[in-house]
Design a protein around this ligand. Sequence first.
Ligand code: CTP
Length: 411
Amino acid sequence: MLKGKHIILGITGSIAAYKSAVLCRLLVSAGAEVKVIMTPLAKQFITPLTMATVSKNPILVDFFNPENGEWNSHVKLGEWADLYLIAPASANTMAKMATGVADNLLLTTYLSARCAVAVAPAMDLDMYAHVATQRNMAQLKQDGVHIIEPGSGFLASGLIGKGRMAEPQDIVAAVEAIFAQSEKCAEASEIENPEKKKSLEGKRFLVTAGATIEPIDPVRFISNHSSGKMGYAVAEALAKRGAEVTLVSGRTAIDKPQGVEVVNVLSAEEMYKACVERFSEMDGAVMCAAVADYTPQVVATEKLKKGEGDMSIALKRTKDIAAELGSKKREGQVLVGFAMETENEEQNAAGKLVRKNLDFIVLNSLRREGAGFRGDTNIVSLIDSREKVDLPLMSKSDVAEHIVDKIESFL
Ligand code: CTP
């Protein structure tokens, strides 16, 4: 239920913040991608290092990073999230939310959030029962915020009563119920409002992903480290915007993205054929696959036996799929390539942009930490004939959203 969901976990200054680490871990293990925003006081209760480690993302506290001035855009965060969960939510934060005060990143993000919002209150029993807190919570409910009721029991003050933050597993269950409810509403509104179109509805895209396998003999092959994650994320992002997507996939170990047609291939030659025969029907293609540039000249029909000395394998060039599609590209089609470089990055990428007749190229420098094959994050630059835009470190699914935004700008 939570697989692939984007959740912002807001943490406020409450002793219950120690439970936020467990909560975060449960959300991540259920498949959600979690970004954590902490109020300045929350850092006194649980360290950003703990939360960064369990969420696998840097923690956001300030409006900008004081070291490099990079802006933490509350608007972008608000757009990214499928759910904004504030746990623990202190009486102070709920009062500010109820009146629209925006004096920290957690609160500005609340005001920018377009997604569902849930709060798990945590405080002492008298604070919880106070008419002001109850009034603020009633206001939040009226504003559409989901309240995850606190439990009763021993409180940090030593008193016994209602105010303990709900247990992490109960919060996860409440979050799942919120998603289930909102999916039902979305289905209902699609039935009621069938003419509401997604931005890429009616468009068709081809995406290549993963590594090709070039056989040497029946048991051996030449391949590379590509995981396919970036291509799968692009296919998913296109499909989420309503596009019809054909994913021509080399070898990967990841699940098929929802709502996408997958054509499995092995060698560069098979991938070439699958792409060339489909490209003319497409509005665009995104070439994310790590295609072998060379393949054995001869594939042995029987397993090669070792001899005394060394051996060498004669290789021949494979066909360049991106360049072939580039030569066939017609007016209105968008072609996107990737460049994975270890030196002279920009120059090499710019060369490929022209040589393969691409509209833009996604430059991936293997020298940058957080970029590359196996991880869930990437640092890329988007380069076209006019400009180069450097994106910061982000998840591959966020990189995919930026790529799809740029594709839309070319359509
Ligand atoms: N590509 C392709 N078919 C190939 C080789 C590459 O479609 N046979 C695509 C990749 O999917 C990527 C882009 O071309 O979108 C760049 O691939 P890359 O291997 O980095 O570039 P090459 O042109 O092969 O150059 P080099 O290996 O010399 O860096």
